[in-house]
Design a protein around this ligand. Structure first.
Ligand code: F6P
Length: 300
C-alpha cells in the first residue's frame, strides 16, 4: 500500500476534515502517500486530485465542512461511470480509495468494490441513518447546533408564551429530531418513522398549557412533515397561533463538536491501519461504542 485517494461525498458533515487529518497522520507514519479527489466521486472522473499532507490538513481538523468539497453526483449510479472511475484510479497508481460520506456514498463505495478495487468507507452524515453504525460524523454537532438555536428561541418564546414548531433535518430519519426533542424538553417530537395526527399535536399543546409551561415547543423532522404545513394544520384545527421555524443548513454548519473531531481522527487512523493489513471492501462503523467494520456488500 503506497498511495491512496480519499473523497468526501454527499452532504458535508462536521468531522470530515478531522477524518482527513486522521488518514494523513497515520498514512504519513506508514509512508503512504495520500491524495484527495475534489468534490466527491466527480473529482475522480475529472481527475481532479490534490496531495493531502499534514501541512494542509492539520489546520482544518477543528473546522466544519470539507476542504475537499462535495457535490452530489447521481450519474455515479451508472456502471460505466463506476468502471471509468476504477480505470482512472488505476491509471494514477492509487492502491485504494477511502470514501467519507453517507448512505448514497456508501452505495457507490460498495459498487466500486465489486470491480475488485480496494475501498474503505467512513460514515459521515448528520442524519446518522447509515445501516449498521451507532454513530456517524456530524450527528453530534448537528444535534448540538439545533439544540443551541432552540435554547435561544426558548427565552423569547417564554417571554411571550409563544408556541414554536421547529423543523430539523432528516429526510428519511428522525434521529436528529429525537435527540433534539429530548434535549430541549419538546412537548412533542414528530419523526418519519412513526405516524401521528394533528389531534395528537394539539393535545400535546393543551397539556403544555395545562402544565403552565411558559411556552410550547414541537420538534418535527423534515421527512415527517414541514413546520409550515404543520403550523397550518394546527391553526386550522385549534385556537392556537403557531410560530414555525426551519433550522435548515445551520445544523450542518460551523465547527465540529469534540465528539465528531475525535471520531473523525479515529476513523481515519483505523482506515489506514486496515488498508495496511490488506483489509478492504469494508465500511467502518461504531458498534458497542467501538470502531469495527462491516462488508461493503451489505450496502449494495
Ligand atoms: O446530509 C444530510 C442532509 O443534511 C439531510 O438531513 C437533508 O435533508 C439534506 O442533507 C439536505 O441536502 P442539501 O444540502 O443537498 O439540500
Amino acid at each position: 500500500m503506497k498511495k491512496v485517494v480519499v473523497i468526501t461525498s454527499g452532504g458535508d458533515a462536521p468531522g470530515m476534515n478531522a477524518a482527513l487529518y486522521g488518514i494523513v497522520k497515520k498514512a504519513t507514519e506508514e509512508n503512504i502517500e495520500v491524495y484527495g479527489a475534489k468534490c466527491g466521486y466527480i473529482g475522480i472522473i475529472e481527475e481532479n486530485f490534490v496531495p493531502l499532507t499534514i501541512e494542509n490538513t492539520f489546520p482544518y481538523l477543528r473546522q466544519g465542512g470539507t476542504i475537499l468539497e462535495t457535490i452530489r453526483f447521481p450519474a455515479f449510479q451508472e456502471k460505466e461511470v463506476q468502471r471509468t472511475a476504477v480505470e482512472i484510479m488505476e491509471k494514477h497508481d492509487f492502491d485504494a480509495l477511502i470514501v467519507i460520506g453517507g448512505d448514497g456514498s456508501y452505495k457507490g463505495a460498495a459498487k466500486l468494490s465489486q470491480f475488485y478495487f480496494p475501498v474503505i468507507a467512513i460514515p459521515a452524515t448528520i442524519d446518522n441513518d447509515i445501516f449498521g453504525t451507532e454513530n456517524s460524523l456530524g450527528f453530534s454537532t448537528a444535534v448540538s447546533n439545533a439544540t443551541a438555536v432552540i435554547d435561544k428561541l426558548s427565552t423569547t418564546a417564554a417571554s411571550h408564551g409563544h408556541i414554536f414548531v421547529v423543523e430539523v433535518m432528516g429526510r428519511h430519519s428522525g434521529n436528529i429530531a429525537k435527540k433534539v426533542g429530548k434535549a430541549v424538553g419538546a412537548d412533542m417530537t414528530i419523526i418519519p418513522e412513526k405516524e401521528f395526527t394533528t389531534e395528537e399535536v394539539i393535545e400535546s399543546l393543551d397539556l403544555s398549557k395545562k402544565q403552565d409551561k411558559k411556552y410550547s415547543m414541537i420538534v418535527t423532522a423534515e421527512g415527517a412533515i414541514s413546520c409550515l404545513e404543520l403550523t397550518k394544520n394546527i391553526e386550522r384545527n385549534s385556537k392556537y397561533k403557531v410560530h414555525p421555524l426551519i433550522l435548515g443548513h445551520i445544523q450542518r454548519g460551523g465547527d465540529p463538536a469534540c465528539e465528531d473531531r475525535i471520531l473523525g481522527i479515529e476513523f481515519g487512523e483505523v482506515a489506514i491501519k486496515l488498508l495496511k493489513k490488506k483489509k478492504y471492501g469494508i465500511a467502518l462503523r461504531v458498534y458497542g461504542g467501538k470502531i469495527d467494520a462491516l462488508p461493503l456488500s451489505e450496502y449494495l
